[in-house]
Design a protein around this ligand. Structure first.
Ligand code: ADP
Ligand code: MG
Ligand code: MG
Length: 209
């Protein structure tokens, strides 16, 4: 299945539903090592993204993601709003103005999103952030795409890798964001941003299956 404006719109919608359904879990994770607002921040941001897309009715997948990113940046507080918003805008820009793209291009867009997050937030692998879910997810997506796999197959591999990456954040000590203020007390918990990244990529796998 190719990735077009309809699929991209469905992805943002499914991500919004998943985050809403997991809002209290994300909030609990953030209460443990942050300030307890991650679920609310992201639910608000993705709701704004859904509205922005419905208002604009973008005709390309790139414009859908840019529009979603702008909606998130405009409405979401916290560290995660600018990070996710910028990531989506950069992913959308990477897709250009094609009306439909294949797995390789989606993989490049996800890599552009990861690069944007690392540039903006300065986090690297192992810092206990969303980067720890997204890095293995991008690698898994690109490996399947390079093998000629569909967007759906690549997204399924990416979602699984993100979930493994999320689990790997538990023993990490946070070195970025609010959780880093806790020092060693940040050890032993899942990172909330890695948890939301896993949900967002699982949503992509669902809409492209
Ligand atoms: P805030 O910490 O401002 O309340 P959120 O609770 O919405 O924002 O988001 C927290 C999540 O954002 C963290 O779990 C982490 O995954 C991610 N995060 C925070 N700072 C950074 C950073 N510098 N780089 C990448 N991700 C970050
Ligand atoms: Mg928070
Ligand atoms: Mg906050």
């Amino acid at each position: 299945m190719a990735f077009d404006a309809q699929t991209a719109t469905a992805w943002v919608g499914a991500a919004e539903v998943a985050v809403k359904a997991n809002e209290s879990r994300l909030t609990d994770l953030d209460a443990a090592i942050g300030d307890g607002d991650h679920g609310a921040n992201l639910a608000r941001g993705l709701a704004a993204a859904v509205v922005a897309i419905a208002d604009k009715q973008p005709s390309t997948p790139g414009d859908v993601l840019v529009t979603a990113g702008r909606g998130i940046v405009a409405k979401t507080g916290g560290a995660s709003g600018p990070l996710y918003g910028t990531a989506l805008r950069r992913a959308g820009k990477a897709l250009g103005d094609a009306s439909s793209v294949e797995a390789a291009e989606v993989g490049e867009a996800l890599e552009a999103a990861l690069t944007a997050i690392k540039e903006l937030g300065g986090a690297n692998d192992g810092d206990k952030t969303m980067v720890d879910a997204l890095t293995p997810a991008v690698a898994a997506f690109q490996a399947v795409a390079a093998d000629g796999g569909t967007v759906g197959a690549a997204a399924a591999a990416a979602a699984e890798a993100a979930e493994t990456g999320l689990a790997a954040t538990v023993p990490m000590q946070a070195r970025k964001g609010r959780a880093s203020y806790l020092g060693a007390r940040s050890i032993g918990h899942e990172d909330p941003g890695a948890a939301s990244t896993a949900l967002i990529l699982r949503a992509l796998a669902e809409v492209t299956a």
